[in-house]
Each structure stands twice: as C-alpha cells, then as structure tokens.
Design a binder for this molecule. Structure first.
Ligand code: NAD
Length: 490
C-alpha cells in the first residue's frame, strides 16, 4: 500500500485511512462513468477485508483523543468545514453532475442540503447536553451525560453521494465518535473532495476514514467487533439484510430503505401548482430519489385535469447533459440501471395499464452513449401490479383514480413501503385526515418532495426503514451517543 497527500492525481479512487490517501490493493475495479457522455472518471477499487480492518483500527486508535477533545473544538473543525464547503459548492456540484448525471441545479441543491447537516452538527455543544435533577431523593442528585460509543460504520447509496454521507458522519464525529465510511461504488468521486476538505478543516487523522468497495467491504465493516453501530441507506433488501446482520452482532443500527411514494390530488387543489410539484417529484433526478412521487392518485374530478397537465409538462421536459443550460432531466446512473427501468416499463405494458407516454426510445443526439430514458406515464395502475408496488427508481409515473381520501389511503396501504407521501388540497380538514391516517413517515401537504431539513429526522416506515432512530435531527445525536445516568450522594 502506498500513501499520498491527495486523491486528485490517481485514476483509481483511493481509500482514506488514518489521515492519508492510500492505494487499494484490490484486484477488482469498477469503472465510474459520466452517465451522459460515457467518459470514464476513475475506477472504484473493491477493497478487501484487510483494508477495511486497517480503517477500523485507525478509527479505534483515534477515538480516545477525539472523544476527549472538547465539544467546542470539535464544532470548530465543522465550522471550518462548512466554510470550505461553501467555497467549493459549485465545484462539488459540477463533479457530482459529471458522475451521477442529475442536472446542475439539482446537484447544487444536493450539496446545499449536505452543508446544512454540517451546519446543524456545528451546534453540538448544545445538542449534546445532558439533563440534571437535584434531590431525586433527599440529598441525592441525578444527571444524564451523553457519551460517544467508538467507531461507527456508514454505508451509503449512489443517488445522493454527497448529501447522504453528510446525514451521518458530521453528527458521528461531532459527538466524539470516529467513522469508517463506505460510499457507493458507483459514484464515489465527489465525496473524496469533501473528505479532503474535512482534513483541511483540521479533522485529525483516523477520525474519518473512507474505504471503497462493495459486499465484502460492507460485511467486514458490519462484523468488525470494534464497530459499535451502523448507519445505512440503500435498497430495502440490503437495508433489511444489514439490519438483521448488525443487530445479530449486537450493534446499533439505522437502515433506511427503498420507497414507492403515492401523491394524492383532490379536486379542490390548485392544480397548476400541484402539477409543478408533481413533475419535480416524479421526474427530478430522473426519478432516482427515495422521495420521488411514483403513483399519482387523482380523487374524483381531479383525475382528468391532473393527467392532462402532467402529460403536457412531462412531454416538454428537455433531456440532456446536466451541465448544459436549459436541460431539465439528465440520464440515469448506469446502463444496467437503465435496462432495469426499461424492464419495469416492459412488464407494465403486459399488466394491463395504458402507456400514455413512453420514454424507452429516448435519445440525445449529441450524447449517443448516455443512459437516456424519457418521462414515462401509465394510466390505470393498481397496487397489486409491478408498476404499482415495486420501486422503479426511474422517471415513470403510474396514474390511478380514487373516490375519496380514504380510498387513496387504502391504496397506498396495500404497498409495503412507507417512506413518503403527499396530498394536494386547499382543505385543512382533508389534509389533517390524510396526515392522521397515512401511516407514512414523510408527508407533504401541497409539497411534491417532502424532504425534512437537517434539524428534522429523515427516514421512513414499514419496509422503507429498519430501526428506530432516523437520520439527521435530534435522532442523530441519540443514535451516536449513549445516555449515561449518574446518581450522586455526597
Ligand atoms: P444499494 O442497496 O444497491 O446500495 C447501497 C449500499 O449498500 C452501497 O454502498 C452498496 O455498495 C451496498 N450494498 C449493496 N448490496 C449489498 C449487499 N448485498 N451486501 C452488502 N452491501 C451491499 O442501493 P443503491 O442502488 O445504491 O441506492 C438506491 C436505493 O437507495 C433505492 O432503493 C433508494 O430508495 C434507496 N434510498 C433510500 C433513501 C431513504 O432515505 N430511505 C435515501 C436514498 C436512497
């Protein structure tokens, strides 16, 4: 293993262990490709277990000094990181568009959401305070102290490769823990820059480590006895598998999974504004969001105008390379992912619903190697169909009708996911009824993408989430600390 001070001059993505950029010895490498142009951006090593172990050991060594660093000093590192991220905001968004494919306005938004988590974690001296009560019995006082636990593993997906790691590691290190991050192997390039900035901000060696890889790296991390807890985001199948595995190892675990989100439109909604929000929800990030609207339920006479507006706007969206002006929608991340979305559409055509808009043949003349798939709309989708219940993770909408809010809620309860939903209405009463009965964790009222900000919890219900404490917000502080209770008599 050779080490260097920077990631930048190697085409093989480097691991970051104990404050140094380290070449992986991995024999298996996966290409990282610009999904619009087909240009190669680097190679991700599928690091072996020995490299994960080295990262965990570095994190374990760094823990005692870092946990005893005063919270204000830990916060100052994060303040400096926040300033550096602001300075590099556009540069990060640009490389993010290159490796992920979403358009520049979307990557600017993603980086902003990531920075907001660093900002929130800067409040750690207050957020981490405990509680005290004098005289719980005569002359006896009681206090709770929040203490960090040690090394945490963070495993993240491809669809928000800058923001999602920042849902976790800034809180983990702010609370005095140390971290090994295993980013998505599909688009790990931009987060390397974030890690360089964290080192520049003064994060000591070993506090944040990064190991690239896939299954072997993840299972080694989850099984390592020094790792006290796991934060995971990805598909539900992987979330469930890792939740069970980490729990069996006696670790804390929060595992955020996939989604199938229903958006419900009532006749009294402002239909034009609802449509803008719905189009952004369904087709933004080319449908690769866990908060993406997927099944659109028009209640009674809302249905036809909802459908017309959606088709009108969806068919005018301009696809292309997300760094160019005027582009509304980029490609999906990879050729296999494009093929999987096409397979869903093919299956959908055999299940009975009508295909009103077909994105399968989409091309962009200047970029023949891009992974293009255009906006696609089906009508007559039911929750027992593949199109109505499976996560497609592409720009595909299924339309359906309901006679009432109750019926709409019943439809979404027939699907096992529970990440997000939304209602469009001008009736406070209908919105309240919906919120009361939805049984889903992130709810929009006249909002297409109900994304909680950094100071609120982010995570779903049912098979969209395994665990209890969610990402961000106060949950993050609870997840990364143990509340220790001291009872004193003097
Ligand atoms: P994924 O499950 O394929 O991969 C996520 C991470 O798990 C990656 O780091 C990957 O290397 C690792 N991994 C994958 N399979 C594994 C296995 N068998 N064993 C061990 N590790 C494994 O997910 P993805 O395709 O990168 O991301 C898309 C998914 O993430 C979608 O389902 C989406 O809904 C979900 N997601 C959920 C949220 C949320 O907040 N609930 C947010 C973003 C994305």
């Amino acid at each position: 293993m050779s080490s260097t001070e920077s990631q930048s001059e190697s085409s093989v993505i480097r691991n970051f262990i104990d404050g140094a950029w380290v070449d992986s010895s991995a024999a298996d490498l996966l290409p990282v490709v610009n999904p619009a142009t087909g240009d190669g951006l680097g190679m991700t090593p599928l690091s072996p277990a020995s490299e994960v172990n080295a990262a965990v050991e570095a994190a374990a060594r760094a823990f005692p000094a870092w946990r005893s660093t005063p919270a204000v000093d830990r916060a100052r590192v994060l303040f400096r990181l926040k300033a550096l991220l602001d300075q590099h905001h556009e540069e990060l968004a640009r490389t993010l568009t290159q490796e992920h494919g979403k358009v520049f306005a979307e990557t600017m938004g993603e980086v902003r959401r990531g920075i907001e988590n660093v900002e929130h974690a800067c409040g750690i001296p207050t957020l981490m305070m405990g509680e005290t009560l004098e005289d719980i019995a005569p002359g006896i006082d009681c206090e709770t102290i929040r203490q960090p636990l040690g090394v945490f593993g963070v495993i993240t997906p491809y669809n928000f490769p800058v923001m999602i790691p920042l849902w976790f590691w800034p809180y983990a290190v702010a609370t005095g823990n140390t971290v090994v991050l295993k980013p998505s192997e599909q688009d790990p390039v931009t987060h390397q820059k974030v890690v360089e900035l964290a080192a520049e901000a003064g994060l000591p060696p070993g506090v944040l480590n990064v190991v690239h890889g896939a299954h072997e790296a993840v299972t080694t991390l989850v099984e390592h006895p020094e790792v006290k807890g796991i934060s995971f985001v990805g598909s539900s199948a992987t979330a469930r598998f890792l939740y069970g595995k980490a729990a069996k190892e006696g670790k804390r675990v929060q595992a955020l999974g996939g989604a199938k989100n229903f958006l419900v439109v009532l006749p009294d909604a402002d239909l034009d504004r609802a449509n803008e929000a719905i189009v952004d929800s369904v087709f933004g990030s080319t449908g690769q969001r866990c908060l993406a609207g997927s099944v659109l339920v028009g209640v009674r006479e809302a249905y036809e105008p909802m459908k017309e507006r959606l088709l009108d706007r969806a068919s005018s969206l301009r696809m292309g390379y997300g760094l160019e002006e005027g582009v509304d929608m980029g490609p999906v991340v990879s050729r296999p992912h494009r093929d999987s979305v096409v397979d869903f559409i093919n299956q959908g055509t055999q299940e009975g619903p009508d295909l009103l808009l077909d994105g399968r043949g989409a091309t962009v003349a200047e970029y023949p190697d891009g992974h293009w798939i255009g906006p696609t709309v089906f009508e007559g989708v039911a929750p027992d169909m593949v199109l109505g219940k499976e996560e497609i993770f592409g720009p595909v909408a299924g339309l359906t009708k309901a006679g009432s809010v109750e019926e709409a809620v019943d439809l979404m309860h027939r699907v096992h996911y529970g990440n997000s939903t939304g209602i469009f209405t001008s009736s406070g009463r209908a919105a309240r009824e919906f919120r009361y009965k939805a049984g889903i964790s992130m709810i929009g009222v006249n909002i297409g993408v109900a994304a909680p900000m950094a100071f609120f919890p982010f995570g779903g219900a049912r098979s969209s989430f395994y665990g209890d404490l969610k990402a961000q917000g106060r949950d993050a502080i609870d997840f990364y600390t143990d509340k220790r209770v001291v009872i004193s008599r003097w």
